[in-house]
Ligand binder design. Structure first.
Ligand SMILES: Cc1cc2nc3c(=O)[nH]c(=O)nc-3n(C[C@H](O)[C@H](O)[C@H](O)COP(=O)(O)OP(=O)(O)OC[C@H]3O[C@@H](n4cnc5c(N)ncnc54)[C@H](O)[C@@H]3O)c2cc1C
Length: 391
């Protein structure tokens, strides 16, 4: 279809919505982007972007800007909870061609938002969507305080608690996995010197694990700590919890973990939910993108990366189709099986980190110890080596 001057509305200025805004603008479309936030906020957490996501940043013309802010770790090191090394996966041997990057979320959001502004995207902050309804060929968006708007084509990138998904696509209820994740950042100058190398480290114990990686040139350590538990926690980025609860959950773990957690002032708790795949992602001129349609557990660090892939394919599919509904159907067809495969693979990874039975855990660790770095990483070639911009 003719993209030049075509008008699209997007809900959600997260990684997915911003990337979609840039990808569509680059084809000449006019974008209005609504978000409930008063402005782009400083989300205090890290984000890993694997080579399949970097490929999209590159195709959007953002690789150099992003590279300047990215941390490029040397390896992923898996350890048991006392700190003994289980295995080391060498990353970034080929960083020039296909880097694994880690960002402070605010840094990557700023790169994307800067590019969107430059491309002429119209930002409407402080617009909280309360309902979305199909209206003729397009959609009606209702806001908590502003006048409703009628739009021709709506892309909903409104995250895991998407109003659009609930209003138009329904789907089965999400199920609490029995796992919660704390996340937070610790300035390195509050830690003993040399405690964390330029590596992602995964400490694995009974019913819990903790991931650390450095950001912003090693000046900050990001952590995500996962615990299995019966009681429910809700799903959202900004639910504070007492650092004492986190310290108690990982008490007696390896020295780097204890030092790190002792320095935590603020932490947030996130309930991890399984979301069954949706039957449809598009309906006429309305489509979902990113976490709004395929939220996934964080064990493969792919949620945001899948949003980047979605964004690229969405713009490509629309450009190559006769009209918007056909373009949105093509986008859905091209993305669904891959996103579902990643959702399922992330679910399986949770099991591997948390093996409860000591004998079984020892056996699994021995298998990992005896496997080469290349062989272990090659299990994910289907994921990391796939480049949606070349298909
Ligand atoms: C602990 C943890 C660690 C993770 N680590 C990684 C990682 O390393 N790598 C990775 O790729 N992924 C990771 N993820 C997943 C990743 O964070 C998400 O998949 C990603 O942020 C989703 O992006 P999105 O743009 O789809 O949605 P979001 O980032 O949630 O953005 C949604 C936007 O929509 C707006 N919005 C929502 N509702 C409304 C409304 N009613 N009205 C108006 N605006 C609205 C919000 O304000 C927000 O700006 C992790 C997740 C967790 C929980």
């Amino acid at each position: 279809m003719e993209m030049n001057g075509a008008e699209f509305s997007i809900i959600g200025a997260g990684i997915g919505g911003l990337a979609a805004a840039i990808a569509l603008s680059r084809k000449g479309a006019k974008i209005t982007l609504y978000d409930q936030a008063k402005a782009l906020g400083e989300v205090g957490a890290g984000l890993q972007i694997s080579p399949n996501g970097v490929a999209v940043l590159d195709a959007l013309g953002l690789k150099d800007k992003a590279a300047a802010l990215a941390n490029t770790p040397d390896a992923i090191v898996l350890r048991d909870y006392k700190g003994a090394k289980v295995t080391r996966l060498n990353l970034n041997d080929k960083a020039d061609e296909s880097p694994y990057w880690q960002f402070h979320r605010a840094d990557l959001l700023a790169v994307l938002a800067g590019a969107a502004r430059k491309a002429g995207v119209r930002f409407c902050f402080d617009h909280k969507v309360t309902n979305v309804a199909r209206n003729g060929a397009g959609a009606l968006i209702e806001f908590s305080e502003q006048e409703s708007v009628l739009v021709d084509c709506l892309i909903a990138a409104d995250g895991v608690r998407s109003v659009t998904r609930a209003a138009i696509f329904a789907g089965e209820a999400a199920e609490f996995t029995g796992q919660v994740a704390w996340r937070g950042l610790v300035p390195t100058d509050r830690l003993p010197d040399g405690l964390f190398a330029n590596e992602t480290q995964v400490f694995m114990g009974k019913g819990r694990h903790l991931v650390t990686y450095p950001l912003r040139g090693g000046s900050v350590i990001n952590f995500v700590a996962v615990e299995e538990r019966q009681n429910w926690a809700s799903e959202g980025w900004n639910i504070p919890d007492s650092p004492e609860n986190l310290r108690n959950a990982f008490s007696g773990w390896a020295a780097p973990v204890e030092h790190l957690l002792a320095a935590v002032d603020h932490t947030f708790l996130w309930g991890l939910f399984n979301h069954p795949p949706l039957a449809r992602w598009s309906d006429g001129q309305v489509a979902l993108l990113g976490d709004s349609c395929h939220p996934m557990l964080p064990y493969l660090a792919q949620g945001a990366v899948m949003g980047l892939e979605d964004a690229w394919v969405l713009a490509d599919a629309l450009e190559k189709s006769d009209d918007i509904p056909a373009g949105l159907r093509d986008y859905e067809n091209r993305r669904k099986s891959r996103a579902t495969r990643v959702q399922n693979a992330a679910k399986r990874n949770a099991w591997g980190y948390h093996l409860r039975t000591p004998g079984f855990r020892g056996m699994a660790h021995t298998i990992l110890r005896n496997s080469s770095s290349d062989r272990l990483l090659a299990r994910y070639d289907w994921l990391y080596k796939h480049d949606v911009t070349k298909t």
